[in-house]
Design a protein around this ligand. Structure first.
Ligand code: ZN
Length: 431
């Protein structure tokens, strides 16, 4: 029989039973293993024995990135040090970097569900996977690599950047799958196009990590490379690393590994569950994590659950792509805006490219003004600018309820980056 990495349970009921068992184990383990978790639970008046059903989850206190920072360098450690076999750290763009410990079993669990991502993407052992993500103390390289080997495909550990070498590998090794950020995917697609090597390569799928890919970006990459599928792989260092879910070939949302963690979607203000299908903050509780279990960890990432069944028949529930971070929210003339919403509007307009910038200014009249810089697509003439900018601002007004000034630029004039592109420039004094 073909080896599978899919869940051992077959129905939603069995999945919930597995979740309850995992939740009870986790709460017990954290309470007895970590003085910080014990104190937090004692303060909230909840004991491990109080968790009798999944509904009891909301009795548990939240964990935040502050808890990780306070315990630097080895926060929330719930096992003795001799059980720790590895650490990883986040790149530390916001505040102090987060360091997470892993036991051998944590590494094995992560490897197993990462292999599941490749299975979900319908790869086979014949596939050759060019892993163009960062190798080092962060989780990306190790995750993609170990998952690939456990799955049984061929790993090409290329690392990020170095377009010359990436193109050489695509041709020489006949790579079938490339893993990278969406921004790097776009750079690669443009490079392959520029060099005219599309006929010499064998690329069929791309898996994008660490940054959400916009519809426009995916469309551009797909057009340039003529590939079959592009997948989004979510993940964060706190929750093992990348690979905590993947969209299936129907691309109706990201199936997430509910046999490894519980996902709640909460209103970031009230901290109550939002109705199914509405956007809120992702809050995760791990079910098997030993070294650093997470209990109701507030990720700050925004998404929504997708109701109903996926046509693929998987029992694994789905969440939408990450809409943004609750920290990235812009307040503009009393309206809450996420950059992802602007991206979504722009994606629906064919005449413009996938890159954009949002610039916020406060003028002498004391009012805030928003300028959105976008690129005309290749082959689109300047003479259409005034029509086009009017159409874009009307659409933004209609969907996001704010007015902005749209500035059109030549194709290729906004900066491209291999990592996350900075899109919001807020020049308002906030005093
Ligand atoms: Zn599916």
């Amino acid at each position: 029989m073909k080896k599978t990495f899919m869940p051992t349970v077959q129905t939603r009921d069995e999945l919930e039973a597995l979740q309850l068992k995992g939740l009870q184990w986790t709460v017990n383990h954290a309470y007895n293993g970590s003085p910080v978790y014990k104190a937090k639970m004692d303060d909230s008046g909840v004991r491990p024995g109080d968790i009798r059903s999944l509904y009891d989850l909301d009795k548990l206190p939240f964990t935040t990135s502050k808890d990780l920072q306070n315990g630097y360098p080895f926060p929330l450690l719930s096992v003795p040090f001799e059980k720790v076999v590895r650490i990883h750290a986040s790149s530390g763009t916001t505040g102090k970097r987060k360091v997470l410990c892993y036991t051998q079993k944590d590494i094995e669990d992560w490897t197993h569900f990462f292999a599941r991502c490749y299975e979900m993407a319908q790869l086979t052992q014949e596939d050759r996977i060019q892993i163009a993500v960062g190798y080092g103390v962060w989780t990306a390289g190790a995750g993609f690599q170990l998952g690939c080997e456990a799955f049984g495909a061929m790993a090409i550990p290329a690392g990020p950047g170095n377009l010359d070498m990436q193109c050489e590998f695509l041709i020489d090794f006949q790579t079938t799958v490339m893993c990278c950020t969406a921004s790097m995917g776009l750079l690669m697609a443009e490079e392959v196009n520029k060099r005219g090597i599309k006929d010499k390569i064998n690329l069929k799928k791309m898996i994008f990590g660490s940054e959400r890919s916009s519809d426009a970006m995916r469309k551009r990459i797909g057009d340039l490379l003529g590939i079959e599928h592009m997948f989004d792989i979510p993940g964060m260092t706190e929750l093992y690393g990348p690979g905590t879910g993947l969209d299936c070939a129907y691309h109706t949302g990201i199936h997430y590994w509910a046999d490894y963690y519980i996902l709640e979607i909460l209103d970031p203000e009230t901290l109550k569950t939002v109705p199914e299908g509405e956007t809120g903050e992702m809050v995760v509780t791990t079910l098997r994590k030993e070294a650093v279990p997470l209990i109701r960890y507030r990720t700050r990432d925004l998404t929504r659950l997708i109701p109903g069944e996926c046509p693929c028949g998987s029992i694994l529930p789905r969440h939408d792509r990450i809409l943004g971070r609750s920290d990235d929210m812009i307040i503009f003339r009393a309206v809450n805006i996420y950059p992802g919403q602007i991206d979504h509007v722009l994606s629906g307009i064919d005449e413009i490219g996938s890159e954009f910038q949002i610039i916020l200014d406060r003028k002498k009249d004391g009012k805030d003004y928003m300028t959105i810089k976008v690129e005309r697509n290749e082959g689109v003439d300047k003479s259409q600018d005034s029509d086009l900018s009017k159409r874009i601002s009307t659409q933004i007004k209609k969907e996001i309820l704010v007015s902005g000034n749209v500035e059109l630029l030549d194709y290729g004039s906004l900066p491209r980056s291999e990592r996350k592109s900075k899109r919001v420039f807020d020049n308002r004094d906030n005093d």
